[in-house]
Design a protein around this ligand. Structure first.
Ligand SMILES: [Zn+2]
Ligand SMILES: [Zn+2]
Length: 287
């Protein structure tokens, strides 16, 4: 097949990103909204004393939609033309094999996690926190929809870690298909939404892949405001000692669960009293 015909065959993928991104983001977040409404799932809730109210979920959805259309989509859309501008082929290289996609996406995960750890730590520095990162921390008990609830500048800065890996690989090897980039973005969205879900199930990835961060790790960052800065993996926090309070807290929580089980009580032992921002629930205030 000529270079030209390959070019026209794969190019229409790019405009598909508008509905595609919304579908992936909200499609992945909706199961968490449903789980949030099921009392039987409360025993898996990490911050079991807090719930996201429907109003909080709706306000969050509106804000995320706005940032998708104003910041994120231009960033995703510009990836392809920027690559072309620099003479980098993302659509005319051969269709990738599963193996090629796997190692390339594996590299993107490692690159993004490293970028995110340091950029996120920097965002916790006084002035940057106050003017940019504070918005993402409004919810001290996160939920799926809140994954991209952030200041537009933060979406742009941290989004660079998602796009940066593919861009560098493309520049260095000239061997990156746009399809691999799309699969990577979908996987990265899934990772971010799941990390904000607020739930830890026995089958959750970090329980059988100990270096995977997951909700168990990032939920603590929202609760404590410091530590656990990475996205996908645990090694940077472990290496830099920024997960010590997390480890202590989880050990204490495990003790409490054991004590409750020994007394024959079901977990959690008390109903939720606070909303996702930490304020008392309306029903509690009325009492
Ligand atoms: Zn933070
Ligand atoms: Zn977060």
């Amino acid at each position: 097949m000529s270079r030209h015909s390959q070019h026209t065959r794969t190019r229409p993928l790019a405009p598909m990103l508008t509905p595609h991104t919304q579908l992936v983001y909200f499609g992945r977040a909706i199961p968490w909204v449903i789980i949030d409404s099921m009392p039987s799932m409360r025993k898996y809730k990490i911050q079991d004393d807090r719930v996201a109210t429907p109003k909080q979920q709706w306000d969050c959805t509106k804000s995320v939609l706005l940032s998708h259309f104003t910041v994120e989509l231009p960033q995703i859309w510009s990836f392809h033309p920027i690559c072309e501008y620099f003479g980098l082929a993302t659509h005319s290289v051969p269709f990738p094999s599963i193996l090629t996609m796997a190692w390339q996406i594996g590299l993107f995960f490692v690159f993004e996690d490293t970028f995110h750890y340091w950029a996120h730590r920097a965002l916790h520095w006084g002035p940057l926190y106050k003017h940019i990162h504070k918005k993402h921390h409004e919810f001290s008990a996160p939920f799926g929809l809140a994954a991209e609830y952030a200041h537009p500048l933060e979406v742009f800065i941290l989004g660079s870690g998602t796009i940066g890996g593919p861009f560098l690989l493309c520049a260095l090897t000239k061997n990156l298909h746009i399809l691999t980039v799309y699969v990577w973005i979908v996987m990265r969205l899934f990772q971010a939404i799941d990390a904000h879900s607020g739930y830890d199930f026995p089958i959750s990835m970090h329980n059988w892949m100990p270096f995977w961060a997951g909700a168990d790790h990032h939920d603590h960052h929202h609760m404590a405001f410091v530590g656990c800065y990475s996205t996908s993996f645990r090694w940077w926090d472990h290496l830099m000692g920024t997960d010590l309070s997390y480890k202590r807290y989880r050990a204490r929580q495990a003790e409490q669960k054991k004590e409750a089980a020994a007394k024959g009580l079901s977990w959690p032992t008390k109903p939720p009293t606070k909303n996702a921002k930490g304020a008392l629930l309306e029903s509690k205030k009325a009492q």
